[in-house]
Write a protein that binds this ligand. Structure first.
Ligand code: HEM
Ligand code: HEM
Length: 142
């Protein structure tokens, strides 16, 4: 059984759920939005070699682009979750006007970040499409 691909599929599933924001009740979105950090963390641990290898090798144009996309993805996820938390219904309902920031503005930033993140995830999955086509052909053993 290929645990790595199960994790990747779970990751993709949660992201699709999060991007389908309008289709599901808001509390589910907010809970899944925080929980997604666990599979993301496991995915990063699985790929830790990629991070340690950053110190080695030559930096051609392709590698620079690929690395920038992966690092943007990493920071994008954390920023999206962070802004989501700041504008969540729980926070705005409990603290309302006493909040030291403009929750409406933060919500706008959250929405903008989700659009960038969607693009980055689409690129990431596209670049790794071979892993998925092999998974589709051979199942979880692939
Ligand atoms: C959202 C945050 C994510 C981050 C920060 C992230 C980061 C990374 C990194 C650093 C690598 C290793 C370098 C590389 O091969 O490009 C990698 C590999 C990979 N990623 Fe992601 N990724 C994320 C999300 C996803 C999602 C949602 C999927 C799946 C649909 C996915 C599928 C893959 C696959 C298939 C690989 C090849 C190695 C493996 O199977 O683990 N990633 N990712
Ligand atoms: C990586 C994780 C997340 C993704 C991909 C994501 C994605 C989205 C998307 C696609 C929307 C709809 C944007 C639109 O209408 O244009 C949205 C809205 C929203 N999200 Fe998230 N979200 C994430 C995490 C969170 C978290 C952790 C929370 C709160 C705990 C949260 C709270 C909200 C709220 C309150 C809205 C409604 C904003 C508004 O209409 O004012 N999100 N999110």
């Amino acid at each position: 059984m290929n645990r790595r691909m199960i994790l990747n599929t779970v990751l993709l599933g949660i992201f699709l759920f999060l991007f389908g924001f309008k289709l599901f009740p808001h509390p589910w979105h907010q809970i899944a939005g925080v929980l997604v950090l666990f599979p993301v963390l496991l995915h990063i641990i699985n790929n830790r070699r990629w991070f340690t290898a950053l110190k080695r090798g030559r930096w051609d144009k392709k590698r620079r682009l690929w690395t920038a996309a992966n690092l943007a993805l990493l920071s994008g996820v954390f920023l999206t979750v962070f802004t989501g938390l700041l504008c969540s219904n729980y926070v705005t309902a409990s603290y309302g006007s006493t909040l030291p920031y403009n929750a409406h503005l933060v919500s706008g930033i959250h929405k903008l970040l989700t659009k960038i993140l969607l693009l980055l995830i689409a690129i990431h999955v596209l670049l790794h499409r071979k892993a998925f086509s092999s998974w589709i052909r051979h199942g979880f053993r692939g």
